[in-house]
Design a protein around this ligand. Structure first.
Ligand SMILES: Nc1ncnc2c1ncn2[C@@H]1O[C@H](COP(=O)(O)OP(=O)(O)OP(=O)(O)O)[C@@H](O)[C@H]1O
Ligand SMILES: [Mg+2]
Length: 112
């Protein structure tokens, strides 16, 4: 199993959620976060306004998926989140050791 942690523009959340739903990805965790990438000290646009980049609002999406679906999920997510401008965000991929459904102790991919 893999965990995808994607930091995206907040206004892209609905589009990304719909795209993931479209390929049958169900479980996810979404958190409002703040961050910056390599443009710190430069201008970035948020809701039509230019800001000096300190820590801008972003949305973090965490998904644990079967390793076999990694490329498909990353491709779908990045295509939906991309505007082509700076600040579109990043995707980090991690190995997941185990998943357990608390309700019935199902493990591994059965728990996703
Ligand atoms: N190296 C990193 N580690 C952790 N979080 C990061 C890292 N780089 C970016 N982020 C997160 O991703 C968000 C978006 O980053 P951003 O897309 O601006 O990256 P970038 O490297 O500056 O690329 P771009 O040139 O497209 O702007 C940041 O606000 C931050 O939350
Ligand atoms: Mg940036």
């Amino acid at each position: 199993m893999k965990k995808i942690e994607a930091i995206i523009q907040p206004f892209k959340l609905e589009e990304v959620k719909e795209a993931l739903k479209g390929i049958g990805v169900d479980g996810m965790t979404v958190t409002e976060v703040r961050g910056h990438g390599r443009q710190k000290g430069h201008k970035e646009v948020y809701r039509g306004q230019e800001y000096m980049v300190d820590l801008l609002p972003k949305v973090k999406i965490e998904l644990v998926i079967s390793s076999t679906r990694l490329e498909e999920v990353v491709k779908t997510l990045t295509a939906a989140a991309r505007t082509g401008k700076i600040g579109d965000g990043k995707v980090f991929v991690f190995d997941v050791a185990e998943a357990i459904r608390i309700r019935n102790d199902e493990r591994g991919e059965a728990a996703l």
